[in-house]
Each structure stands twice: as C-alpha cells, then as structure tokens.
Design a protein around this ligand. Structure first.
Ligand SMILES: [Zn+2]
Length: 177
C-alpha cells in the first residue's frame, strides 16, 4: 500500500473492489445521515444468519439507525453475540431482541463432516480441523439460544427476547419461543 500525490491510496491488485467503491461514491453523493448517533433508535437488536437471502432491517420494517444487527452462520447466540447484546442493552438503547434462524440454512442441512469435505475440496487443503458448529435440531438450538439471552446476568428482565424462524421462501417471520 502506498500514497499518491492526490492523496489517493493505492493497493496491490487495487481494482478488486472498484465496482463497490464506485457504488459507494454514488451512495455518498446523496448520503444525508451524517452526524447520526449509534443508538438503536427502534430499540431493536437482531441476531440472525449471514445468509444473503435475509435482509434484517427490511424484514421487520426498520431502517437506517433503527437496530443493532449481529450475524453469523446459523444466526447463533455465540459468546460474541452475547457481548454485542449486552453492549446493545446497556449502552445503545436495545430493549427488544430477536433471535432469527431461517429455513434452508446450510448450517442445519449439512453435517460437520460434509461441510469440512466441501471446504477441503474448494480450498485444496485439509479443512478437517475447522469447526463449523452445525445445528442438528434448529428449534432446540433456538430455544437454547433464547434462554442464553434471557438468563444472561447482564441482560435484565425488562428486555424482551423472542425466538423466530424466518422463511426464506415467503419472507414470513414466525415466533417460536
Ligand atoms: Zn443460514
């Protein structure tokens, strides 16, 4: 990485992200959310999967600045998710938490072994050491995850916690717990 006289920074293989940066420049043209604070203005936090079929804000009618979103494969309440939720509740205005796994999730339809084999084949190197935390019973995992949030010593009872399943074919969210 190096600088140029006009202040632009060049990177090796620098055009890899050119399309996205061009789109960002257009985005910034009409960007009018500057000076916004980082509080969740609708008081909402969502833990959900990284799946590209999920658009978390849209699916619950929220927009810019409204919610804290934490995503990972499977939409699990991991230690990092709890860390985010504790910060959200105490510092960022969160008072409702949705835990949202979804239908057709690769983390529930594959075994750990299958994922390791697929990744090994793609990577061309051994991936048998890589954990993927597959989910064998999605609704049981959701119940556990919701309980982990509700029983967390730093998440008070005033915070409402719900477990939902998102249907990627219909767009519908149904409450499970
Ligand atoms: Zn998923």
């Amino acid at each position: 990485m190096g600088g140029t006289d006009d202040g632009a920074v060049t990177h090796p293989g620098g055009d890899d992200f050119a399309d996205l940066l061009a789109a960002n420049a257009a985005y910034a043209e009409t960007f009018d959310e500057g000076g916004f604070d980082g509080v969740a203005h609708a008081g909402v936090a969502i833990v959900t999967c990284m799946d590209s079929r999920i658009v978390p804000l849209d699916m619950v009618g929220l927009g810019h600045g409204d919610a804290k979103i934490f995503r990972n494969p499977g939409g699990r309440v991991t230690p990092q998710a709890l860390e985010a939720l504790v910060l959200g509740v105490h510092l960022l205005g969160v008072d409702r938490i949705l835990v949202v796994p979804h239908t057709h999730c690769a983390m529930t339809s594959s075994t750990e072994e299958e994922l390791r084999e697929q990744v090994s084949a793609s990577a061309g190197v051994d991936a048998s050491w890589q954990p993927f935390h597959v989910v064998t019973d999605q609704l049981a995992a959701l119940a556990e995850d919701v309980q982990a949030v509700r029983s967390h010593p730093l998440i008070p009872d005033r915070v409402k916690v719900g477990g939902f399943l998102y249907d990627v074919d219909t767009g519908l969210l149904t409450r499970q717990i």
